[in-house]
Design a protein around this ligand. Sequence first.
Ligand code: ZN
Length: 509
Amino acid sequence: MAYRRPLAKDIQRIKGPTAPRKRFENFEETRAIASETIESAVCHPLTNTSQNKILEDYEHSVKGSFDKIVPVLKSISSIQNSNDFILQAQKLAIEELGFELPLHVLEKAWVRPLDMRALFAWSVFQAHQKASAEFFNSDPLNGSEKSPLAKKFQSFLLECGFHLLDVTPCSDGRLAHSIAYAMRIPFSSVRRRSHAGALFDIERTVNRWIKTEHKRFRENMPNEAHTPTRYLKVVTYHFSSIDPKHQGCAAHGSDDVLAAKAGFQRLLDFRKAVENSFCCGASVDLLLIGLDTDTDSIRIHVPDKDSKTDLSSWVSSQDLYRLTHHLSASMALKKIKEVIKQKSTGNTEVGMINFIAKLIENNFSQIDYVRHLHSGPYPDAGHAERFIGVGIGFKEVHLRNLTYFAHLDTVEEGAPDLDVGIKIFKGLNVIRDLPIPVVIRFDYSGRVPGERERAIDDCLRVRNAISNRYRSLVDDGLLHTLLTIRDRDLKDPAEVVGSSLDSIPKEAH
Ligand SMILES: [Zn+2]
């Protein structure tokens, strides 16, 4: 597959040729499991191969547009002293990348060396905008509210006894695809908020819970308030089966026991906050999931009917895959449910068992996806993100290792998340003399008067705070920002409201 080669090359370039995978203590073991998961090309009977093809094409197309940037810029750099340089450069950029380069940067080529850092950041921003526009205009993942897949999943969720699914994965870019790929949930059927270490903001989640319950009460959406369904809050922590001590969650020192414990404590605190404030804790269910960033297999800690959860016990999709591969689809599903029941620490609701079984079933498709695409586990065990996403939004980002998220209102509040992101990108980009591309995003509601203007102000405020915090990187042209806003009530792509690459910079407030 054409996609596999550039990705592996990319990783080699980042890590250097002297970083053989054998140094990872569990590499051979994980590869053996991932490949033995079946030596032949046969997929699990529950695997959705047609969906895998759609997802592969999408990943190939989006990541491919980012990965073309460096080779094309190298070609452009080599012709910067030719007479018709601007003409040639634009021709190459349009043909190979699909967009023009900024004229005010190209025009300086005769008097000083071409600012390749600016061209790189510009190209990353353009690739992001292109992917963002495609996502909202043509729904390539079939996950929008109108898609039959989303409608089906929404009904299934209600049947399981949940009126809202709210998932917090870690902000690590290796989990950015956890909804649309690893768990195969239509993106419109879930509220996703990524946070470092999957440690979500309790107050904001309580607010979201209030909004959800209020909507049920006022509008019967998605169902009537008196129907005994619950708000399901999920935390997805992560670990690395190949290199558990180094490639796990940075926020928890690569300690998966700690990651699970901290994530579950946050869930308990959220439920307590709802119970203490509204005396209706029964309407909140909790679920803890672990994701192996090397194989995308998941492990689910089966809760009892009161959300009591044993952190040292789980159902593993990898184990269940092997256990059920030889069975028919219906027998495999039956077996999955049996094992989930066995792992339950008490009475687990039937709806919860069905929901967990669905996640396991969906994850089988992802296990086959990774296995077939890479002939084993992912070749990029570590970070390989293309840009940092800062602010509130990014509904369109669903690919692994594309974006490091720092969800924040203010840089002061989100500084730890952002510092981790900058550190990661120093290793990915700055070490190669390339800048860190930072896309700032603030979603707003067009229904609320003045909120669009406030979103623009938020972008400028965060941009200025980033410039102050990482002053030397900005001064050296090693950090560039793109400011974007998006009306969350519409299906339109994000709108660009400024960039550090503007020929005339917008005035800071
Ligand atoms: Zn993490």
